[in-house]
Design a protein around this ligand. Sequence first.
Ligand code: NDP
Ligand code: 2IT
Length: 449
Amino acid sequence: MTKGQEYVKRVFEQVKADNAHEAEFLQAVEEVFDSLAPVFDKYPQYIDDNILERLVEPERVVSFRVPWVDDQGQVQVNRGYRVQYSSAIGPYKGGLRFHPSVNQSIIKFLGFEQIFKNSLTGLPIGGGKGGSNFDPKGKSDREIMAFTQSFMTELQRHIGPDVDVPAGDIGVGAREIGYMFGQYKRLNGYQNGVLTGKGLTYGGSLGRTEATGYGTVYFAEQMLASIGHHFEGKTAIVSGSGNVAIYAIEKLYQLGAKPIACSDSSGYIIDENGINLETLKRLKEIERERISKYLDYHPEAQFVPTGESTIWTVKADLAFPCATQNELNEDDAKTLIANGVIAVAEGANMPSTLEAVTTFQENGVLFGPAKAANAGGVATSALEMSQNSQRLAWSFEEVDEKLYGIMKTIYENAAAAAEEFGQPGNLVVGANIAGFLKVAEAMSAQGVI
Ligand code: NDP
Ligand code: 2IT
């Protein structure tokens, strides 16, 4: 074993002992640590500085009670979180997730990923994440408002435009950001840089809604170009049917591909004619319906309920997991490969298990890891912060052009780091190393922090 390998192994054993019950967090840490040994062999001073031990410990973990009253007049209580992971390169930045599965392990895995993702964007943003085990499904607008106002009443004491800037994630979109912004303003006065993903009438950026999905497809375009391919004539599977999935589908169409399947937690649909984007947007963005409703408008499509088979059994050239963590396992990877998949780009955070990633890589499938491929969302959030500071609003084209440039640069930097550290083509290793190096250098420069 090299010194770097010994160091990474030793720290990971300690992280496991200290966080034994946090499976998702340990999975995210393992994926990053697995890439970093050659960095420590090249820069042994980072071993002497105990850089990993420091980086893996969040600067701050806040957990709080969120009491609210439902439409029946019953008092409900949920648990809220904000993990302020690393401010080495900028204020904490990262989304808020409202989903019943949210716990400290999930928020810490997302916050840890966010450090490297945000570093890769090239913009001055640190890593953070938050959320609640609140389940927005089936709740009235009034209940959503009651919950989000209570959530922000506590969260507001921990955030600020130069301190920590939350945004959306699963279960948190324009409506939730709007209510939270309103509540923050009542308590602290107007500070438009405190949240991103805001509505266009009160400081939001054109292109933020589209950014994560578009960015993932721009990243995949770079991956395909590296082997002389393009989207024209290719079919795609996109899991999920939320913000990321919808705008990945939109950009795939614009670049000449045909998305034929998408999903929600109830099941998946296949439409060999291509998913009708207008129907999908109406069902998901306006009516908040289940995906099977799609068949009411397109009876030629098929619906397969969850439990029968997964969306990864659909034959297609490209796969974009855009729903949630660990939605694609080793068996799914093998099925995709048997069906001839060429490229996989992760719109969601950690959607592929560690075994699935290895399976793709060992079988020559182009693989774009989440922290690189889905960084367009947070990058555009940082562009929203810039516009807020300038008191300007850029055009859609200006934002989209910047997003495209950022995704291309992330691809190039990840590919170059993979090459430099002896694993050409391995974008997992490349993204982890490129993201890490900037944070490590910033931490070293700032002393023992
Ligand atoms: P949305 O809430 O808009 O959509 C989430 C979609 O994923 C829904 O279709 C949902 O189905 C499905 N889904 C969520 N949880 C599960 C689950 N446990 N099992 C099956 N399906 C599930 O969220 P986003 O589109 O914003 O986020 C999707 C992914 O992208 C997440 O991993 C998020 O962290 C990541 N991401 C988001 C960014 C953003 O800017 N929004 C930026 C970067 C990454 P259902 O409605 O049935 O629950
Ligand atoms: O996972 C992510 O990068 C996000 N949910 C977006 C975070 C942000 O601050 O825009």
